[in-house]
Design a protein around this ligand. Structure first.
Ligand code: 4AD
Ligand code: MG
Length: 555
C-alpha cells in the first residue's frame, strides 16, 4: 500500500483552502507542517499549514491518549505532520474554520528550525531562502504570483491570442548590448535572452496575435528593489494594433488581473497585510482599497514632455527645503586626471547645470547612487539633494525617484508615452503627423537650451511605459513597431547592429509587412505592486522563489 493510501485510511484528505461549509462536522485529514504551537498545560493550538492556507487544530490533553498527547507535546515548529480532525466553524471569524483534533501522525519531528519569531536580517533570510519561502507573507506572495500566471493565461486565450515560446539562447541583443549575459555555445558566443520581442514579431506572421512568457536575463549592475538579473516577462505582440490599441489592451489586462486578485486572493492579501508590524496600520479593507481604483479604465496618460515640468517642479520644492538646512553643496569633479572638490551655493550649482558648463562635474558617488539605487538594505544615509539641484532635461531616462514621483500623482497606474527618439531602441516607430512627417514635440520646441541634453532632435517615438502607483516604478514597456522598412533599415544601421544577424527580422518586413505593436510586462514588478504599497513595500526578492540579483545567485 502506498504512503498516500495509508494516510487517507482514517479520513479524506483535504487541502486547507478547499475547506468549506460542506465539510462542517465532517472528519478530514490535513497533511502539512506545523506553523506554530501556542498553548501548553493541557491544551495546544496547532497551527497547521499545507501550502494552500492555514487552519488551527485544538488539542486537549483530557480528550486524547497519553501517546497522542506526548507526540503533540514534543513536536516543534516545521515538523511534518498529518492531522485528522472534525471541521468546526471558527467561533469569531465568518468563513473561517478550525479543527477539533482527533489524531496526529508525525512524519518528521523537528526541534531546531533556524527561522524563529525574532527578526532576522536580510542576509540571513536570503541565505536561508529555501526555508524563508515557507513564511506566511512569503508564501502568500507566491500564491498571488501563481494566480497572476493563471489570470494572464486566461486573459490572452479568451481574446484569441496564442502562446509561443521564444528562444533563450539568442545570437544578438534586443534591448541594447550593455546588459547581455554571454554563453559559450560550442565555440560560438551567444547571449541569454533579454526579450522575446523580435521572435514575437515574426510569430505574428504565423499566428496574428501572440504572447510569450519566460525567463529574461539582464546583466544589470543596479542593486535596487526593482531589479533582478533573471526575471519573468510576458510579452505580447499583435498585428494591426497601433500604439493606442496597445495601451487600451494593457490597461484592460491590468484591470482584469486586479479584479481576479480581489476575487480570488483575499486570504493571501490578508496574510500579507497581517505581517505588517505597525501600530497605526490601516484596516485591512482600507489597505486593500489601494487596488480598487485600478479596476476602472482608462488609466491616466502623459507624454514624456509633460513629465519634465512635473519632475522639475518637485525638485525645486525639495531643494528649497534642503537649502534651508545646508547653504552650500559640495561637488566632486574630474579635472583631467585630477579629482577635485568644490563648494558652490545652490544657485551657482543650478545655474551651472542650466548653462551646461559643468557637464564634467560628477556629483559625488553618494548623490549619483541616490538617484538609481533605492535599495533600503545599504542603510546608508542618502542625499537626494544633489540630483535635485540638477534639472531634469529632455533626453534623460527616468531615475527611480522620478518614476515614483510620476506614479504618486495618480491612484492607479499611469501611461507615459512619446519618448525622445534618442533614448529608445531601434524598433520603436517614429511619431508622424497626418502628412507622414516626423513631429518635433511641442514641449521640446518651447524648452530653453539648458533643459535639453546635447544632440536632441525633439523627434519622438510611439512607445509607452506603464508606471505603477506607490513607488512600483515601470511595470510595462511597449510600443508600436517601426513598420516603414526603409526607416527600420536606417535605424538598424544607426544603432550599429550587426545587419547580417538581423536579416531574418528584416525579412518579416519584406514579406507581408503590417503595422503592429506589443509590450512586455515584468511579472515580479507587477506582483510587487499588487502585494505592496507605500507603507507595506514588497521587495522584488520576495516575489520570486529564488531571486537572482547583483552578487546573489545562491541558493
Ligand atoms: O522595458 P523593457 O526593457 O521592454 C522590453 O524588453 C521590450 N522588448 C518588451 C516588448 O515590447 N516586447 O522591459 C519590459 C518590462 C519592464 O517594464 C519591467 O517590468 C520588466 O520588464 N523589467 C524588469 N523586471 C525586473 N528586473 C529587471 N532588471 C527588469 N528589466 C525590465
Ligand atoms: Mg523599459
Amino acid at each position: 500500500m502506498s504512503e498516500t493510501q495509508s494516510m487517507s485510511e482514517t479520513a479524506p484528505h483535504v487541502r486547507i483552502r478547499a475547506i468549506g461549509p460542506e465539510h462542517l462536522a465532517q472528519r478530514v485529514q490535513v497533511r502539512g507542517w506545523l506553523r506554530n504551537k501556542p498553548g501548553g498545560k493541557g491544551r495546544y493550538f496547532l497551527w497547521l499549514r499545507d501550502g494552500s492556507g492555514e487552519i488551527q487544530a485544538i488539542v486537549e490533553e483530557a480528550k486524547v491518549s497519553p501517546e497522542q498527547w506526548q507526540l503533540v507535546d514534543e513536536i516543534g515548529i516545521e515538523s511534518s505532520i498529518v492531522v485528522d480532525g472534525i471541521v468546526r466553524a471558527h467561533p469569531k471569524n465568518e468563513d473561517e474554520y478550525e479543527l477539533e483534533f482527533q489524531r496526529i501522525r508525525v512524519i518528521q519531528s523537528v526541534s531546531d528550525y533556524p527561522i524563529g519569531k525574532k527578526e532576522h536580517g536580510t542576509e540571513f533570510l536570503m541565505k536561508n531562502r529555501h526555508l524563508w519561502l515557507r513564511g506566511k507573507r512569503q508564501s502568500a506572495i507566491l500564491r498571488i504570483r501563481s494566480e497572476i500566471h493563471k489570470a494572464w493565461a486566461d486573459f490572452f486565450h479568451d481574446r484569441g491570442f496564442f502562446r509561443v515560446d521564444t528562444p533563450i539562447f539568442t545570437p544578438n541583443a534586443c534591448e541594447g548590448t550593455t546588459t547581455l549575459f554571454e554563453v559559450e555555445y560550442h565555440g560560438d558566443t551567444v547571449y541569454l535572452s533579454q526579450s522575446g520581442q523580435l521572435y514575437n514579431e515574426a510569430d505574428i506572421g504565423a499566428l496574428g496575435q501572440v504572447y510569450c512568457f519566460g525567463p529574461t536575463f539582464r546583466a544589470e549592475k543596479s542593486k535596487t528593489r526593482r531589479h533582478l538579473l533573471e526575471f519573468w516577462m510576458l510579452e505580447m505582440e499583435a498585428a494591426y494594433y497601433d500604439m493606442h490599441d496597445n495601451i487600451r489592451f494593457q490597461e484592460e489586462m491590468i484591470a482584469f488581473t486586479v479584479g481576479r486578485i480581489l476575487e480570488r486572493c483575499m486570504p493571501d492579501l490578508h496574510d500579507i497585510w497581517s505581517a505588517v508590524r505597525s501600530d497605526d496600520k490601516r484596516s485591512f479593507e482600507d489597505w486593500v482599497a489601494r487596488l480598487r481604483p485600478s479596476l476602472a479604465t482608462p488609466y491616466p496618460r502623459m507624454r514624456y514632455g509633460e513629465t519634465i515640468e512635473l519632475i522639475n517642479g518637485e525638485r525645486e520644492r525639495y531643494l528649497q527645503e534642503y537649502q534651508e538646512q545646508f547653504p552650500k553643496a559640495t561637488i566632486a569633479f574630474e579635472d583631467g586626471s585630477l579629482r577635485a572638490m568644490k563648494k558652490l551655493t545652490w544657485d551657482e550649482l543650478r545655474e551651472a547645470w542650466l548653462a551646461c558648463t559643468i557637464k564634467e562635474f560628477q556629483a559625488s558617488g553618494k548623490a549619483a547612487a541616490a538617484s538609481d539605487d533605492d535599495d533600503d538594505d545599504s542603510g546608508a544615509e542618502k542625499s537626494a539633494a544633489l540630483p535635485a539641484a540638477r534639472p531634469f532635461r529632455w533626453g534623460e531616462d527616468y531615475g527611480a525617484p522620478d518614476e515614483t514621483l510620476i506614479g504618486a500623482q495618480f491612484d492607479r497606474p499611469v501611461f507615459v508615452s512619446n519618448f525622445p527618439i534618442e533614448i529608445k531602441g531601434f524598433y520603436f516607430k517614429d511619431e508622424l503627423d497626418d502628412s507622414g512627417e516626423r513631429v518635433i514635440d511641442p514641449v521640446f520646441a518651447a524648452l530653453p537650451e539648458g533643459l535639453k541634453e546635447e544632440g536632441m532632435s525633439g523627434y519622438t517615438v510611439m512607445g509607452s511605459d506603464l508606471i505603477g502607483s506607490e513607488g512600483a516604478g515601470e511595470m510595462i514597456g511597449g510600443s508600436q513597431r517601426e513598420d516603414d522598412t526603409e526607416r527600420l533599415f536606417e535605424k538598424v544601421r544607426h544603432h550599429q547592429l550587426p545587419e547580417d544577424e538581423f536579416q531574418w527580422y528584416l525579412d518579416c518586413r519584406r514579406f507581408g509587412n503590417v503595422p503592429h505593436s506589443g509590450f512586455g510586462i515584468g511579472l515580479e514588478r507587477f506582483t510587487a505592486w499588487v502585494c505592496g504599497g507605500t507603507d507595506t513595500p514588497v521587495h522584488i526578492r520576495e516575489v520570486i522563489t529564488f531571486p537572482r540579483m547583483l552578487h546573489q545567485y545562491r541558493p
